[in-house]
Unconditional design. Structure first.
Length: 423
């Protein structure tokens, strides 16, 4: 009897002890959660006050208690980058986040970290660790290529750049950045181009004009220099035109086009000077302003150039006007619309040009304006640019009709083709 009585007394006591244990444990867990949040908020305040060492200590403590605390891990990455600490722990945190939630925000953190890596070998190791998380993200290889170039590792950047040029669906900003990368990586280009300009039945002579160009292009930094020699055969005459061009890049948003030319042929200008400035105003828009100056034996031509370009999706849209000069009571004007539709890469595209008048940049035809300022012309040109690894091929066909002095309409057909090799 006594034993049964003792058992009955012990049961409630054990239950009370068990209940007390559960409550105490719940209270401790609740207190721990509050402490973790409080520690994190304190770390945030220290980070904002630039007390980075203390912020790092508190953030480490938070992650010791709660390794899954996402915001604390992001904060530790930020603090470690600010302190320029060893890359390995930072990369471990980035990989942890990518594995847990591979979203746009986390990918942005991983991409930003590229600019904190100051060694080519470390950058390559980082690429190998996180590359698999960026199958559809073009900003990672673009930022990676830019960083390689900044570190002077051009050869190391080339495989990434080659892969980029085969991708599709670049935004306007991505397209712009990729073009700058290509200019920096492939410093030399040799090209040969040929143009045939045929005059149809309305003209007294139906023979074609043929122009062959040989050019060499060299990038110095992000600035390109081009030397071009043109040989042209026109009916019974022939001649040479020599050109030097440059595209100096002054900043991330501003670059120039400058050109000088010389010829001793009767149908080319004696001298020519061109200058345009291009400024990226954001959201894929670029504005142009400049001039063209051409000197012939009997006349001089000074034209103002205005242009606006929009990069949107797979399209490049450009409107451009060449205005002036006023010659023989005629104000010479040329308006053109230039379109590109990008195909498999930034250097594979279809192009279309529609315009009225003749542009001073059209070296083959502008001589017709020199002899007849009242000339009224309308034209269209369709072209294709296609890359095959280091080769760039182009071909195009165009049509122009103009009012002739005998009240007839003249028709001209243009064919162009060329090939360039990058090295």
């Amino acid at each position: 009897m006594k034993i049964d009585f003792i058992k009955e007394c012990i049961k409630p006591q054990l239950f009370l002890i068990f209940l007390l244990f559960i409550c105490t444990n719940l209270k401790l867990n609740a207190q721990e959660t509050v402490d973790v949040d409080q520690l994190f908020n304190e770390a945030i305040l220290l980070y904002r006050a630039n007390n980075n060492q203390e912020a790092l200590q508190k953030t480490n403590k938070v992650l010791q208690i709660a390794p899954e605390y996402r915001d604390a891990r992001v904060l530790r990455i930020r603090v470690s980058q600010r302190l320029k600490l060893d890359n390995n722990p930072i990369q471990e945190d980035i990989i942890y986040l990518l594995k847990e939630e591979n979203n746009t925000e986390v990918q942005g953190i991983a991409i930003q970290h590229i600019n904190y890596i100051g060694n080519t070998d470390q950058l390559t190791i980082y690429k190998q660790k996180v590359d698999s998380f960026f199958d559809k993200n073009k900003l990672f290889p673009i930022s990676l290529s830019e960083r390689y170039i900044q570190l002077g590792a051009i050869e190391t950047a080339k495989p990434t750049v080659n892969a980029l040029t085969k991708l599709k669906g670049f935004t306007g900003e991505e397209q712009y950045r990729l073009q700058q990368i290509i200019k920096a990586v492939y410093k030399n280009r040799l090209a040969v181009n040929h143009e045939i300009l045929s005059f149809l039945a309305e003209y007294p002579i139906q023979k074609s004009w043929n122009t062959t160009s040989l050019e060499y292009q060299r990038y110095i930094g992000l600035t390109s220099l081009i030397a071009r020699v043109n040989y042209s055969k026109r009916f019974f005459d022939d001649g040479m035109l020599y050109q030097l061009e440059s595209y100096p890049v002054l900043s991330k948003n501003l670059y120039l086009f400058a050109s000088a030319s010389y010829s001793d042929a009767e149908f080319f200008q004696n001298y020519g000077v061109s200058l345009s400035g291009y400024y990226n105003i954001g959201k894929g828009y670029e504005v142009e302003g400049g001039f063209r100056y051409l000197e012939y034996d009997a006349d001089e031509f000074f034209s103002t150039v205005l242009g606006l370009t929009k990069y949107t999706g797979k399209f490049y849209i450009n409107a451009r006007a060449f205005l002036g000069p006023k010659t023989q009571d005629t104000f010479i004007q040329n308006y053109q619309l230039n379109l590109r539709y990008y195909l498999n890469s930034s250097e594979d595209y279809l192009s279309l040009r529609l315009g009225t008048g003749i542009s001073p940049d059209d070296q083959s035809r502008f001589t017709q304006i020199n002899s007849n300022p009242d000339l009224v012309a309308r034209y269209g040109f369709l072209g294709l640019n296609k890359t095959f690894k280091k080769l760039i091929c182009n071909a195009g066909i165009g049509y122009l009709y103009q009012d002739l002095s005998n009240d007839l309409t003249g028709n001209q057909i243009t064919g162009t083709f060329g090939i360039a090799y990058r090295f």
